[in-house]
Write a protein that binds this ligand. Sequence first.
Ligand code: PRP
Ligand code: URA
Length: 212
Amino acid sequence: MPDQPYLFVSQHPAVLHKLAILRDERTDSKKFRELVREISWLLGYEALADTPLNEIEVQTPLEVTSGHQLAERIGLVPILRAGIGMVDAFLELFPESQVWHLGLFRDERTLRPVEYYNKLPDQTTVDTCLILDPMLATGGSATAAIEVLKDWGAEHIKMVNLIAAPEGVAAVHEAHPDVAIYCAALDRQLNDKGYIQPGLGDAGDRQFGTGF
Ligand code: PRP
Ligand code: URA
């Protein structure tokens, strides 16, 4: 249930069970990727529950009946690299979604986001954007992504994270109170290197086997 209207922390047993395995340092990259996808699917199911629908008529083999179709164009915005692992689950939920990758990495020294990939066209092509990123730490990457999408003209923006830190939630809420955050866990705090505690380590490295 949402702790505040802008923060939804999943309490679903399937999410909580999978999250513990995701955090475990013994979980290898293959299993880690599977879990990122599975938890993303469950979070997506919750994050998209209020998506507006239009009523339509459907001809079954027997008769005409009423049905529904999405009323909005949905844009999935994975933050490279780590957000890539969340995309397929969301495409399973809403296959018609557009996927707009945004490249942002965190400068390890300053912890400030650096943008390196953005192919958004001049005019917005979606109504709702879902920013996909496993980790919301200082909130620097998230607020930068939200600013890019607002400048683009996106009207509704939601964040979907696997793990959020209180510092990141506060930063997003202060800068963008209209953006709701959906996550699987709200962790305790950041350490002095900007890592979420207890967290899961580096989400990109653990997915792609690059943590040396
Ligand atoms: C991680 C993560 C977020 C960011 C969160 O990406 O996936 O994008 O850090 O930190 P913040 O809230 O303090 O900005 P990282 O910069 O490590 O890049 P990567 O996905 O390429 O590994
Ligand atoms: N990025 C990560 O991948 N992990 C953290 O704990 C913080 C930022």
